[in-house]
Design a protein around this ligand. Structure first.
Ligand code: CTP
Length: 400
């Protein structure tokens, strides 16, 4: 009974996969949830409300108004009652209406009034799923914080084969239990994350930069936010957008701007993860005008930048966590341990450039955590999102 005491709205729309919603409903009820079915008019063409009300032990809601008896269904009350809303199956039309606030049926008004997490399990023909409008609308739903349960590949009702089959009810149930109902571990916590490269101006049109893509830092910000934390993401110039609304992005360009922003936010944070590849040197005197080409060699004098992580280490309070990265090519463990101690970090995430698939530009990373107890934790090569989850797990352990 993993969902005992939970109130769930199950939204059903007009798709062949509506029959699977009956199985999902039965699984939810079996796990102890109280379920209110809200079905669209088209949904009723695919599955009868009698089946659904028998399985949920409640009348099914479809229309705004009762049958000529002066009553109406309050989507506002429903939205407040629910701990979770699941739209399964979600057709392309319903996804589009949810994305754009087309509140012309009870399901959409309920969605717009819902204060709880919302999950969407799309079901449609492969071409409709592959259409750019569906992709864009799903991205919009993600930007609202809604959770998308990806459809699967396989035989479709149209007779075609491809991606568009609604995920199986058993799998949807697991997503519900694991990601939505699970208690978020960093609620009411605030974290600072740095990400990306810095650009150090040579003149108005040129800079010194590095190959950092920002992917690791952005993944950490998403993972912290998924655990309920509010995140201040101080980002150098990268082309990535954030998904979770709990992330505030503070765009900076240079190491000195990143330093300023970090010192502005860190005192009010529970911790910081320093994932940016900050330039160690910056031109001593950036030119106000574009440097002109001559036949002579050009020398650019550089001066050291501030070490942001070390400067936060100096002001770190007892309750605060500070995590850094070390990108090393030789004597990896010794160098990383030295860095951790010098910068007063709680633990350091070591990347070795000797590992294939680790470091800049790629979607994967292979890391070792080294902490103050000199404990080394080696991880497999994984996607950066999973590495981010491991880092956040370690932070949660340290905070508790
Ligand atoms: N860092 C920082 N500010 C800097 C340089 C580094 O905050 N000016 C942070 C990085 O975000 C990372 C950690 O310090 O978390 C280690 O960065 P790295 O470049 O590996 O170490 P450095 O101290 O610069 O040492 P070196 O380049 O000599 O290896």
């Amino acid at each position: 009974m993993r969902l005992k005491g939970k109130n769930i709205i199950l939204g059903i729309t007009g798709s062949i996969a509506a029959y699977k919603a009956a199985y999902l409903l039965r699984l939810l009820v079996k796990e102890g949830a109280e379920v209110q079915v809200v079905i669209t008019p088209a949904g009723k063409e695919f599955i009868t409300p009698v089946t659904l009300s028998a399985l949920s032990n409640k009348p099914v809601i479809s229309e705004f108004f009762g049958a000529n008896d002066g009553t109406w269904n309050s989507h506002v009350d429903l939205g407040l009652w629910a701990n979770l809303m699941v739209v399964a199956p979600a057709t392309a039309a319903t996804i589009a209406k949810m994305a754009h606030g087309v509140a012309d049926n009870m399901l959409i008004t309920t969605y717009m009034s819902a204060k709880c997490p919302v999950m969407v399990a799309p079901a449609m023909d492969l071409d409709m799923f592959a259409h750019p409008s569906t992709g864009e609308n799903l991205k919009i739903l993600q930007s609202y914080g809604n959770i998308i349960v990806e459809p699967q590949e396989g035989a479709l009702a149209s007779g075609l084969e491809g991606k568009g089959r609604m995920e199986e009810p058993e799998q949807i149930l697991e997503v519900i239990v694991n990601s939505v109902i699970r208690k978020k571990k960093l609620l009411n916590r605030t974290f600072l994350v740095t990400a990306g490269p810095t650009h150090e101006k040579i003149d108005p049109v040129r800079f010194i930069g590095n190959y950092s893509s920002g992917k690791m830092g952005y993944a950490i910000a998403e993972s912290l936010a998924n655990e309920g934390a509010e995140v201040k993401l101080v980002s150098g110039p990268v082309g990535i957008t954030t998904q979770n609304n709990n992330i505030e992005v503070i765009q900076v360009e240079s190491a000195s701007q990143m330093y300023e922003a970090c010192h502005n936010y860190y005192p009010n944070c529970d911790g910081a993860v320093m994932a940016a590849a900050v330039a160690d040197y910056t031109p001593s005197t950036p030119r106000a005008e574009k440097v002109k080409k001559t036949r002579d060699n050009l020398e650019i004098k550089l001066k050291p930048t501030e070490d942001i992580a070390a400067s936060l280490g100096k002001i770190k309070a007892n309750h605060q966590i500070l995590v850094g990265f070390a990108l090393e090519t030789n004597d990896e463990y010794a160098n990383a341990t030295k860095k951790m101690e010098k910068k007063n970090l709680d633990f350091i995430v070591l990347n070795s450039l000797n590992d294939v698939g680790a470091g800049f530009g790629v979607d994967t990373n292979k890391v070792t955590f080294i902490d103050r107890g000199n404990i080394h934790q080696d991880f497999e090569l994984k996607g950066k999102e999973e590495v981010a989850d491991d880092i956040v797990d370690k932070i949660v352990t340290l905070l508790s």
